[in-house]
Design a protein around this ligand. Structure first.
Ligand code: BT5
Length: 345
């Protein structure tokens, strides 16, 4: 372990004496001091007390702040702004990097699927996780679903009742369609200021009513060899401490839904921990995803590369294909844009 990491993990359990840490690690005291200074420069405000170095009470949203106490096997690379965290993660992949979470406070060239624009101002959670999982490329879609589950769980932990729309959107307020369990009143009403009355719906009736307000999106990119993923980047964007007015129509944010900001450091740590847990056991991903989706049981319209499919979504099958019951029989859809429809009558 390098001195920085050792220092960070030692700080988790209380004050750290510089000389004893130096002895423990077999490095010079100057090396420990340099590591302390480097953390401070990153924004992690290590204090000096009588018993040695002490972690800040409320660490900032920075690399060391996010890594501090993180129970997930990723190094964090933090940037104030980047064109796209996915682009940076891909560059790291080209340099043989692995197990890195690239985080930016703002993105100037955020990307959605199919080269769509992703609006990513300062205040959101924009992260791309680079891993090299020992799975076949065909199983890669599972990791997108794991990202969506991780986001939904992290959102629920801060009081926002988020559901997943196949394959990669995390929504709030997706009530139509008779699934009954995740409606506008579905437990995210803490402050009473969200949803229809939240002041962010005006002029957006269409996307808002059609399938909920979009809180987060996921963009997965990978390179595969014959039967093994070479690298995989799961890029996750969550509208955290943002005003919906600054986002595209139909979007919402954690701030708007819960009526207050979240601690992005803790939120992101939970998200990364969930993602790490889920991807450590890929067989458990689909069952978790099914529990959190609002797509199954709904009538859907899916724009696929091979045309439009309309019918009822009945299941998701490995590695993430949507099964739609249409008038002409069952269709398995591997990729596409899915819209939730109102039930006729
Ligand atoms: C997505 O694409 O939903 C994937 C978004 C992935 C963003 C993350 S942020 C970290 C990482 N770095 C990147 O550069 N990207 C990833 P898609 O399903 O194609 O949806 C894109 C559409 O969502 C756009 O065409 C807009 O209509 C809408 N949109 C754009 N920005 C949004 C936002 N901040 N919130 C909600 N909707 C947005």
């Amino acid at each position: 372990m390098d001195t920085r990491r050792a220092l960070l993990s030692a700080l988790e359990s209380g004050p750290v004496s510089g000389p004893s840490l130096a002895d423990e690690l077999g490095v010079s005291r100057a090396a420990v001091w340099k590591a302390v200074e480097a953390l401070r420069e990153e924004g992690f405000a290590v204090e000096s007390g009588d018993d040695g170095y002490v972690a800040p009470a409320d660490p900032a949203y920075c690399a060391a702040g996010i890594e501090f106490g993180l129970d997930a096997p990723y190094a964090v690379e933090y940037h104030e702004d980047l064109p796209s965290t996915n682009d940076r993660a891909r560059a790291l992949a080209a340099e043989r990097g692995a197990d890195v979470a690239v985080v930016a406070d703002a993105q100037t060239g955020g990307r959605g699927r199919l080269e769509r624009e992703w609006v990513a101002p300062s205040g959101g959670v924009w992260v791309s996780v680079l891993t090299r999982p020992a799975v076949s490329p065909a199983r890669a879609p599972l990791f997108t679903l794991a990202g969506a589950v991780a986001v939904a769980d992290a959102c629920r932990e801060v009081g926002v009742d988020a559901t997943i729309k196949w394959p990669n959107d995390v929504l709030v307020g997706d009530s139509d369609g008779g699934d009954g369990g995740n409606g506008r009143d579905g437990g995210n009403g803490r402050d009473g200021g969200n949803g229809r009355d939240g002041g962010n719906d005006e002029g957006r009736a269409d996307p808002v009513d059609r399938g909920g307000r979009k809180l987060a999106g996921i963009l997965t990119e990978m390179e595969g060899e014959a039967d093994r993923v070479s690298w995989l980047v799961v890029g996750i964007g969550v509208n955290a401490n943002l005003d919906p007015e600054t986002l595209p129509a139909g979007a919402t944010s954690l701030r708007a839904e819960r009526g207050g900001d979240v601690d992005r450091r803790r939120f992101l740590a939970r998200l990364l921990e969930r993602y790490a847990d889920l991807t450590a056991d890929p067989d458990a991903i689909l069952p978790s995803w099914r529990e959190r989706t609002s797509t199954l049981g709904r009538r859907v319209r899916v724009e696929t590369p091979g045309g439009t499919v309309v019918g009822r979504a009945v299941d998701v099958e490995p590695p993430g294909a949507l099964v739609v019951e249409t008038d002409d029989g069952r269709r398995r859809i591997h990729a596409g844009d899915c819209e939730h429809l109102r039930d006729a009558g």
